[in-house]
Design a protein around this ligand. Structure first.
Ligand code: PMP
Ligand code: GLN
Length: 389
């Protein structure tokens, strides 16, 4: 054994989300780092979960997920995106979107395959590609003008590219896929076998009238891709870890070959609760009001920071806001994000955890009660004031 590498991921530590949450707990700091709401889920959903437990829903759910919940998911894609998915062959429920993204990458990426990802990227994709033996090709997500950089993506994608991974609304930048972007990608991919994974876990959460862009709405791209959703994000239940993937039968079949062995099936009583709550009027009105609720929270955060040295472009989607600290600190945002957890009692995510940003930046989760947001604003204002001295 001596001298032989044991680790398949030798350069990897624990995730920045785990680290910052542990630090927030250690120092009793406000945790706006890891992306989870402190807003309670809809009461009807909690009651449905209690009922599912009382009703004795304790044994395995089917491998692909409960048919009634898959039926709701397929209906959701039909209603919102005009996409027809067959619940038996084209929809799979897993332990959060994470488990299905991971399974899809293991199932579809072969050793040596190129996988193109826009950076900064959610941290799961890279290690998943590495474990599959693929080669991660990173291209910048944003051009100098702050818009999604189509040219950079298309330049990196060639006829043998195995997979492109997209994420919209985007974590960590809070940007969203612009209209027309998917059309250009679809045209570029014509005649290739390149697959597209579209991570849409923040799907309906779009702001300022930005359109909800989904792979599943695209008439040709959806034939070469899987789209991923997460009930955790839609219902303030990130700890439930129930997510889904939809896609054509030949890709779903491959995905399930891995899913049936890495997770097999997940959270039977929670799936039952989701299946009974989502079709109710309370369920529908919750989803319809989601984007508006989060936009108001984003605005509350940004209004509170107006006139301070924090710079920002308002998030176009999701529940993260990037704050630029170029007029507050110099250098390593990672150092300061950790420091501020100790000194100012607020934990955030440094953007340098994802890539090398040109200016120091932090990511703040605004999926929080107004009282939490107001306390966070006070602390962020204090940071700006203390550094100005
Ligand atoms: N993708 C992105 C971009 C995310 O932010 C998250 C949140 N953790 C996930 C996937 C994973 O979702 P889930 O919690 O449903 O596994
Ligand atoms: N998606 C969450 C975020 O971006 C983190 C989930 C995790 O801790 N792995 O903050």
């Amino acid at each position: 054994m001596e001298g032989k590498p044991i680790s398949k991921l030798p350069d990897l530590g624990t995730t920045i989300f785990t680290e910052m949450t542990a630090m927030a707990n250690r120092y009793g700091a406000l945790n706006l780092a890891q992306g989870f709401p402190d807003i309670p889920p809809p009461q009807g959903l909690v009651e449905a979960a209690v009922k599912a437990l009382r009703d004795g829903t304790h044994q395995y759910a089917p491998m692909a997920g409960r048919p009634d919940l898959r039926n709701w998911i397929c209906g959701h894609h039909l209603k919102r995106h005009g996409a027809q998915y067959d619940l038996d062959r084209q929809c799979t429920i897993g332990a959060g979107a994470s488990s299905l993204l991971f399974a899809a990458i293991q199932a579809l990426v072969h050793p040596g395959d190129e996988v193109v990802v826009q950076a900064p990227a959610y941290d799961l994709y890279g290690p998943a590609v590495q474990l599959a033996g693929g080669r991660l090709i990173q291209v910048p997500l944003l051009a100098d003008d702050g818009n999604w950089d189509l040219d950079a993506l298309l330049k990196a994608v060639h006829v043998r590219t195995r997979m492109v991974i997209l994420n919209t609304p985007h974590n960590p930048t809070g940007t969203a896929c612009p209209p027309g972007f998917l059309d250009a990608l679809a045209e570029h991919l014509e005649g290739t076998d390149t697959l597209v994974l579209s991570d849409e876990v923040y799907g309906p959460i779009v702001h300022d009238g930005h359109p909800e862009v989904s792979l599943t709405a695209h008439p040709t791209l959806r034939e070469r891709g899987l789209a991923f959703g997460s009930f955790g994000k839609l219902l303030q239940v990130t700890g439930w870890k129930i997510g889904w993937a939809v896609g054509p039968t030949h890709l779903t079949t491959e995905l399930r070959k891995v899913h049936q062995y890495d997770v097999f099936s997940t959270g039977a009583p929670l799936q039952a609760a989701l299946a009974s709550f989502l079709p109710t009027s309370q369920g529908e009105s919750h989803l319809n009001g989601l984007a508006q609720m989060y936009q108001a929270k984003r605005d509350r955060l940004l209004d509170g920071l107006k006139g301070t040295a924090w710079h920002s472009t308002p998030a176009a989607g999701g529940f993260f806001q990037v704050l630029d600290a170029r007029d507050i600190i110099e250098g390593d945002d990672g150092h300061w994000a950790r420091e501020w957890t100790r000194t100012h009692g607020i934990a955030t995510i440094p953007l340098s955890a994802f890539h090398r940003p040109e200016t120091p930046q932090i990511r703040v989760c605004f999926a929080k009660e107004n009282a939490t947001l107001d306390a966070a604003v006070n602390k962020l204002c204090q940071i700006a004031a203390d550094h100005a001295r």
